[in-house]
Each structure stands twice: as C-alpha cells, then as structure tokens.
Design a protein around this ligand. Structure first.
Ligand code: FES
Length: 179
C-alpha cells in the first residue's frame, strides 16, 4: 500500500505531535485527526501509515479509530451534520429534527447529498451540549437549540461555504453565566 501524500506534506506537524508525548504511541489520536483533516476521512492506507510511524500494529490503530464515532472510515461530505440523539436532545425533539433534516436534504441518516456537500449522521452519544438541546455538530463545531428554522439557516450557510466555526458562532451554545 502506498504512503499517503499527507505524511510528507505534514512531516513537521507529525514530528511536533510525536514530540509532545513521552511515548510515541500516545500520538495516535492526534495523528488520526490529522489524517482526517487532510483526507476528510481515514482510509486503510492512513491506518497503515500511522501504525508504521508509531511502531504499533495496524489492528491497534484500527481499534482506536473504530472506537470513536468522530473518526470516519468512509468518505464523507465536506460538511458532516451530526445530530445528538441522546436523552436531553431526544426529549427536546432530536428525532423530529433528524426527520426534518432528512426531508430538507433529501437523504437518509448515514447518506451524503449527491453533490458531496453534506453527510447527515445521528449519534447516540451525548455530545456534551445538553443545555442547548436539541444540539448538533457541523463537523466538530456545536450548534444549539436547533429549531427547524435554525436548521434551515445552518443549511443555507453551509451552501454558501461558511466555515463551521462561524456557523457555530452564530448558532452555538451560549456560555454558562456565573452565578
Ligand atoms: S443529550 Fe444531546 S448534548 Fe447531551
């Protein structure tokens, strides 16, 4: 299997990341993030390259990768909308929001729009934004209190190519006020 291009391109970053830890293998998750940042998902050749860089088995990298739902092992859209389906969000309309998004995007959960722009996912894990339920993530950025109207606005911003962090700035979870 060939070495992925990002290994050479991000050589300095890889060395800097590994240098942060007393044991090389501790750099596994940051390197998985880096691979995903470069490709948009984690291919077999990325798993193999990370195993080789860290001197561990491919199965160890694979097991870490498959444990965390935010590491994608298949191609995703440029934007990944992940709706939280855990209790607080479930009680606040996450299922209805998910159905609305499916209808609005013309895809089912797990699918990507034909233009490759948006993948829709639901996670059963709490994304730690319960005070903004129902909440979702656009890539890794949070949006809270997502009504159907807000969902429409989020989709429009995505279609305009807005940065996920800027979308979150607009629809993010308000900071908790000190008592
Ligand atoms: S249950 Fe959805 S953020 Fe916690």
């Amino acid at each position: 299997m060939s070495t992925p291009a990002w290994v050479e391109k991000r050589k300095q970053d890889i060395e800097e990341i590994i240098g942060r830890y007393p044991q090389k293998r501790s750099a596994m998750m940051p390197l998985l993030h880096l691979a995903q940042e470069e490709r948009g998902w984690i291919a077999d050749e990325d798993v193999e390259a990370i195993a080789e860089i860290l001197g561990v088995s491919k199965s160890l990298v694979e097991s870490v990768c498959s444990f965390y739902s935010l590491f994608y092992r298949r191609p995703m859209g440029k934007y990944v909308i992940t709706v939280c389906g855990n209790i607080a969000c479930g009680l606040s309309g996450a299922a209805e929001l998910t159905r609305y998004l499916e209808q609005r995007l013309g895809i089912k959960v797990g699918e990507t729009t034909p233009d490759g722009l948006i993948t829709l996912l639901v996670t059963g894990e709490c994304i730690a934004a319960c005070d903004g339920a129902p909440a979702l993530q656009v890539n890794l950025e949070y949006c809270g209190n997502v009504t159907f109207e807000r969902a429409d606005e989020i989709i429009e911003l995505i279609k305009k190519g807005e940065d996920p962090a800027a979308i979150s700035d607009r629809f993010g979870i308000p900071p908790v006020k000190a008592l």
